[in-house]
Design a binder for this molecule. Structure first.
Ligand SMILES: [Zn+2]
Length: 67
């Protein structure tokens, strides 16, 4: 599988992803586009938006009933 750094990936796909949108490799890898050793994209990071907020224990805010 081809490895691309974030800059090249954006150029190739005409998108503008940021480092926080993807998971970059911890190590330097050979980018096949710019032929440099750079952190390459491992996978897309899932969006932080959650369809449903999960209730977690530990939050002790108590909502008062209206009125
Ligand atoms: Zn590159």
């Amino acid at each position: 599988m081809a490895e691309f750094c974030l800059d090249c990936w954006n150029k190739l796909n005409h998108i503008r992803l940021k480092a926080e949108d993807v998971v970059l490799s911890d190590y330097l890898d050979f980018c096949e586009a710019c032929a440099e050793m750079k952190p390459t994209i491992v996978c897309y990071r899932k969006h932080k938006k959650r369809p449903q907020a999960r209730r977690r224990e530990g939050r002790k805010k108590h909502r008062q009933p209206p009125g």
